[in-house]
Design a protein. Structure first.
Length: 262
């Protein structure tokens, strides 16, 4: 990272840590720690995430329908969005994009690691927990995003003006890995975990999702992704992380029921 980027990352980390410094959190039984239970949950929770649609409520399916319909409609605008954005590039926006873009790859893992170390050193179980939730969700979303890229094989906008240009599954190089956006997936995964964990601080979700949204826009600006790549990548990161929280809530309810049965 450059000096400017290090300063920006440090500032963002401080902003996210500020709501919990000096606070005494209650300690829910389902808060994560690095132990056998946490490591084992990677293997038990991943199948639950993959099969989550089988347990969707009618409200969940309405949300899915809106995202799918919106994405389909947006695909007809992908070319126009690309052309408008590329025609309006300027030095200020290019510099801003270079600062924001690393939140989708370099900064997010650093942020997760920094939150974990801070949580451990300051005995802040809440921060330790959200860092471990983010880490697990990042593993899951990365696997699913990488698999989707190999199956869909959409061509990146830097190589074509046709948003409907696709290759055969597993065929072609990196230019055929446009869908979905890995940067949007990564940054929205971390943003969602932070927003859900600190939803008692009203401004935190706005900051988290605001940075995530700008990161997604930077990928369109840099001509690395179509707008719909970013939308789907963001949706994957958001909903997979929410699914993990639902899984943990279900585990906590089962523990409570078992304790009441004795």
């Amino acid at each position: 990272m450059t000096f400017l980027n290090r300063c920006l990352f440090s500032a963002i980390f401080f902003v996210f840590c500020l709501p919990v410094f000096g606070q005494e959190d209650s300690l829910p039984a389902n808060y994560y720690r690095i132990n056998k239970t946490y490591i084992g949950s990677y293997f038990t929770d991943f199948p639950k995430v993959v099969t989550a649609p089988a347990r969707y409520s009618s409200k969940d399916w309405r949300t899915v329908a809106i995202v799918v319909a919106g994405t389909g409609a947006m695909m007809t605008l992908d070319r126009s969005i690309k052309q408008w954005v590329q025609a309006n590039r300027n030095n200020f926006l290019s510099q801003t994009s270079r600062i924001i873009e690393p939140f989708g790859n370099e900064y997010s893992p650093y942020l997760v690691g920094a939150m974990y170390l801070t949580g451990v050193l300051t005995k802040d179980r809440r921060m330790e927990h959200v860092s471990l939730v983010s880490a697990k969700s990042l593993v899951f979303t990365t696997l699913l995003t990488a698999g989707s890229k190999q199956l869909v094989r959409r061509r990146r906008p830097a190589y074509t003006d046709d948003p409907f240009e696709f290759n055969s599954m597993f065929q072609g190089g990196r230019e055929w890995t446009s869908f979905p956006s890995g940067h949007a997936n990564t940054v929205f995964t971390v943003a969602t975990a932070i927003a859900l964990q600190y939803n008692d601080k009203k401004w935190v979700p706005y900051v988290a999702y605001g940075i995530a949204g700008l990161t997604g826009v930077s990928r369109i600006y840099d001509n690395r992704h179509w707008a719909t790549d970013v939308i789907v990548g963001a949706a994957m990161g958001h909903f997979i992380t929410k699914t993990l929280y639902r899984i943990e809530e279900a585990k906590a309810r089962k523990k409570e029921l078992r304790s009441f049965s004795f």
